[in-house]
Design a protein around this ligand. Structure first.
Ligand SMILES: Nc1ncnc2c1ncn2[C@@H]1O[C@H](COP(=O)(O)OP(=O)(O)O)[C@@H](O)[C@H]1O
Ligand SMILES: [Mg+2]
Length: 237
């Protein structure tokens, strides 16, 4: 795989981003001028010890949390995501980015198909939902098949293995056709063999053109990416 030409604009870029958590009167600086560029089509892994700020950085990239107000910028396609305005910011989180978490975060009362469809329902009027639900169900069922879940569409999360749950979460992250997938320790709760299957699924998506940023503390897992960066002392080294 070729390294992308560095003259092109990164798809996602964080420049000198700071994040400080405040616990009462105590400030806990987690990121201090962290910077990272990820180009379209890349697969980058972010490694670092537990508590180094990997999840924090990924949440900032995905718009799930905000950097300190006076710190640098996070740009997606050149646009500062803090300047988007609420509606466009919601669309960024819902459409441009897919997020996969270590602990899946599926809704237990919904079946596999319903869980995976959920992001596609956000913002749909009742009328459009009614008009489009058949096509959406078909499209989501197809996606779930490509994630190895064709035989589990109507099962609830409690009836699935950990690996199957993560496959549902990956399908949910992909259902709106995001430009970028952010994955936070996606195999962190799985045994090595099941985790390898999940990484194979992610690798297929990357090979099909998806940009991916994956956080892990495991060197062997990080090595599946094209490029690795390490976070330490609040900075991307
Ligand atoms: N919401 C929060 N409030 C206060 N401290 C937090 C919060 N989230 C994370 N932290 C602290 O920030 C540091 C980095 O956390 P995190 O980004 O989750 O690290 P990693 O994912 O690398 O293990 C840790 O010391 C953690 O305790
Ligand atoms: Mg973490």
């Amino acid at each position: 795989m070729h390294a992308p030409p560095q003259t092109t604009l990164p798809l996602i870029s964080a420049q000198n981003v700071r994040k400080t958590y405040r616990l009462g009167k105590i400030s806990v600086p987690v990121l201090r001028d962290a910077s990272i560029d990820v180009h379209e089509g890349e697969w980058v892994s972010i490694v670092g010890s537990s508590g180094s700020g990997k999840s924090t950085l990924l949440h900032l990239l995905g718009g799930l949390d905000r950097a300190d107000a006076d710190s640098g910028a996070i740009r997606f396609g050149g646009e500062d995501i803090r300047a988007l305005g609420a509606a466009r910011e919601n669309r960024y989180r819902n459409r441009d980015v897919g997020f996969v978490f270590q602990f899946y975060h599926l809704l237990p009362e919904l079946n596999v198909l319903e869980n995976a469809m959920l992001p596609a329902l956000v913002g749909l009027s009742r009328w459009r939902w009614f008009a489009e639900k058949g096509a959406l169900r078909d499209r989501t069922a197809e996606l779930l098949k490509t994630c190895g879940l064709g035989h589990r569409l109507l099962h609830r999360p409690a009836e699935l293995s950990g690996g199957e749950r993560q496959r549902v979460a990956i399908a949910r992250a992909l259902v709106n056709g995001p430009r970028m997938l952010l994955a936070d320790e996606p195999t962190g709760n799985l045994d090595a063999k099941t985790g390898a299957g999940i990484l194979d699924l992610l690798a297929e998506r990357h090979a099909a053109g998806l940009t991916m940023v994956m956080v892990t503390h495991d060197a062997a897992i990080a090595a599946r990416a094209q490029r690795q960066v390490r976070i330490a002392d609040g900075r991307v080294q």
